[in-house]
Structure formats: C-alpha cells, structure tokens
Design a protein around this ligand. Structure first.
Ligand code: FAD
Length: 360
C-alpha cells in the first residue's frame, strides 16, 4: 500500500503556512498504512484488519507507516521543509510554480492524475480545495471516490454519513486506487516532531533531526483556457472554521450584519473562536457565505460549539453534530437545537451575549 496526501498551504501574501488539516490527514493515513503487511518492520498482527482506533499510532513513528505528501502552490520551500520534518512523512512532492499562486485546480488536475497512478490511496481534506480537486481526478482516471470519510476500518472499508448525517454507512471500495476525501476533524492529528501544533508560526525549520526528502516536480499541466483567476478578497479570519477548536455560530435572528458583528463576532474574538452561521443567516446577507455550517456548508467538529439564535434545523445539525460540547441560546425553549445541546439558555441573545462578552 502506498498513500499520497494532497494538500495546499495557508497563504497570506508571501507568508505560507502548513495547512493544519495535514496533521489530521497524516493521522488518518496511519490507519491505512498500519495494514502494510509487506513491510518487514511492521510489528502489527497481520490479522488485525478490523482495528478502527483512529489514534492508535498518533505518537509513534513506525517504518512503513509513512505517506508521501504532495503540496501544490507557489514559493513553498519553507513549508516543504516543515512538512519534511513532520512525523510519518515519507517524501514531500513539491509542485511549485508561479501559475499556481492563486490555485485553480483546473490547472493541476491532469498532472496530479498522472502522479496519483503510482499510489493505492489518495487522501485530501474535505474542504473546498479537496472537494474541488478530487472529483476531477476521479473523472480523469474514471475511478469512483468516497467523500467525507469519518472512519477508516481497513484499507478498503470506510465509514461516512449519508442523508444529511442521519445514516452512517460502511462502504467497501473495490477500486485499485482509493480516492478519499477525509473529514479531517474526525481523525486525531499526528503530533509533529519538529513543528509545534502552531505549525508555521513557531516552526523551527532548521531543527536537526532526520527529515523526509523533498522532490521538486516540474509543472507540466496545461493552463486551462476555460477558467482564469481574476481577483481575491481576503477576509480577516484569524481562525479557520473547519479546523477550529471553538465555533461561535449565529442564526437569522441576529437580524443584520451589524448585529452579527457586534454579537457573534465579538464573542468569537473573545474566545479565539471561528465564526459560523446558518444558511438562513447567509441568505439574508447577515453573514458571509463561507461561514455557513451545515449540510450544504462547512462540516465542523470543534470541542465547543455555541449556537446563538439558531433553531436547529436538520440541515444545520448535519454540519455540527460531531461537536464535543454544544451550548445553545434561544428564546424558544422548544427549539430543536436544545435536543442536541449539552447546555441550554432560554433567553434573548441581545441581552445574554453582551453580558457574556463583558464578562470574558
Ligand atoms: C437542501 C437544503 C439544504 C440546507 N442546508 C443548510 C445548511 O447547510 N446549513 C443551515 O444552517 N441550514 C441549511 N438549510 C436551511 C435550514 O433548513 C434552516 O432553514 C436554517 O438552518 C434555519 O436557520 P436559523 O436557525 O438561523 O433560522 P430559524 O429556523 O428561523 O430560527 C431562528 C431561531 O432564532 C430564535 N430566536 C429568535 N429571536 C431570538 C433572540 N432574540 N434570541 C435568541 N433566539 C432567538 C428562534 O426561536 C428560532 O429558533 C438547508 C435547507 C435545505 C432545504
């Protein structure tokens, strides 16, 4: 078995950081690689195919457990060095070109499809990058893909939710290359060797331990004539929604973007949390589109989820029900969100939130 993780980096101008989901993907990949029976150094029981403990290897480096990591973007030398220093990385493939600075997956899919042919398992984070890239590779190679995997049972059997998160199914893939998008938060992040969890900020790229080789790939993909990058607007988001430990979400009851900012964003800032919203709030123009949590938005699984003025529609619940602790604030004591909440406050958010913000 040979696993490849495909990732991008978090870019703020020329400042590039490892995408934190990579650590979770490395954790997920070990659940595949631990079944590598051909590896003479693999000390696991050859019959142990049903071990589904997601964090069984999170702190051990075992030969044969490593994955290759393909990173795509521009000016990636430092990020590649940091990835090479991470635990359980076999080699880093650096696809680095000025045309990939504002990455459009149309401009890499064909080349990646060729690389993918050398592997048995391809893992991407189920974020907008992964969701955009993987179906294109599947289309080019005429392979099926399994989306939003939440558990790896064996190298060919995976668990995922269907019907808006109401049914958990086990699926066996018979494809020769398994294309998997992974809900990163469902897997324990591998603790890095030289790079602290705050990867990219305090990372010591000169730390003197053995690191994986970095191989520079020549960029050969034809530039798409169907799509081109025009411009981007960077939101001031200190915490990314899909990997946040705390999420503060607001509903349509906030009434306006100004109230959303002064209540939901203000509380999130105090808690160093990411900001989420319901689809109703997004459609009303109260919150931006990329804040939407739910079936048709971002799937989150933070340690703490605060639902402020949110009714708890099934489509919203589908996006946050894996949160460890849920706190709900709602004027309606019969709102469905209270069925999912560990702690509930029946009351007016416009009274409660300012007090909470003041206290913190
Ligand atoms: C195909 C499909 C996909 C969808 N995908 C998503 C999705 O991904 N994410 C998503 O969120 N929704 C999604 N929806 C929409 C979903 O069905 C709900 O309409 C939406 O989640 C409701 O948002 P809300 O809780 O903000 O609004 P509402 O349901 O209107 O609830 C507002 C709540 O605020 C409370 N409230 C009012 N005033 C106050 C106050 N002053 N203080 C405290 N509480 C107050 C009310 O009691 C009520 O419970 C989808 C729907 C469809 C059909």
């Amino acid at each position: 078995m040979k696993t490849l993780i495909i990732t991008n980096c978090i870019a703020n101008g020329t400042d590039k950081k490892i995408n934190p989901s990579l650590l979770n993907l490395l954790g997920a990949a070990t659940n595949i690689n631990k079944h590598n029976k051909n590896n003479p150094n693999d000390n696991r029981d050859a019959n142990d195919d049903n071990d589904n403990n997601n964090d069984v290897v999170s702190n051990v480096v075992v030969s044969g457990m490593s994955s290759d990591v393909l990173i795509i973007g521009y000016q990636l030398n430092e990020v590649c060095q940091q990835i090479a220093n991470l635990k359980n990385v076999n080699q880093v493939l650096q696809l680095d070109h000025s045309s990939l600075d504002n990455l459009l997956v149309e401009n890499v899919a064909k080349q990646i499809a060729e690389i993918v042919n050398n592997y048995t398992h391809i893992l991407v984070n189920a974020d907008s990058f992964g969701k955009n890239l993987l179906p294109r590779i599947a289309g080019i190679l005429e392979l099926g893909q399994i989306s939003e995997v939440v558990e790896i049972i064996s190298p060919s059997i995976f668990k995922k939710f269907i019907y808006a998160g109401n049914v958990l199914v086990e699926i066996e893939s018979l494809e020769k290359i398994k294309l998997l998008s992974i809900r990163a938060n469902n897997f324990t992040a591998l603790s890095p060797i030289n790079v602290c969890i705050n990867v990219g900020i305090n990372a010591d790229i000169n730390a003197p331990t053995s690191s994986a080789p970095i191989n520079f790939l020549e960029y050969t993909n034809p530039i798409s004539d169907k799509i081109r990058f025009v411009s981007k607007q960077i939101e001031d988001k200190s915490v990314s929604l899909d990997s946040a430990q705390i999420v503060v979400s607001g509903g349509i009851s906030l009434g306006s973007a100004a109230a959303f900012d002064s209540h939901v964003r203000a509380l999130a800032a105090k808690l160093n949390a990411a900001v989420g919203a319901t689809r109703a709030a997004v459609e009303a123009g109260i919150a931006p589109n990329d804040c939407q949590v739910g079936q048709t938005g971002v799937i989150v699984a933070p340690k703490l989820y605060l639902a402020i003025g949110i009714s708890g529609a099934v489509q919203h619940i589908a996006g946050m029900k894996d949160s460890k602790t849920v706190i709900a604030i709602n004027t309606d004591s019969s709102a469905p969100i209270f069925e999912y909440a560990d702690y509930g406050m029946v009351g007016d958010l416009f009274e409660i939130i300012p007090q909470l913000v003041n206290k913190l």
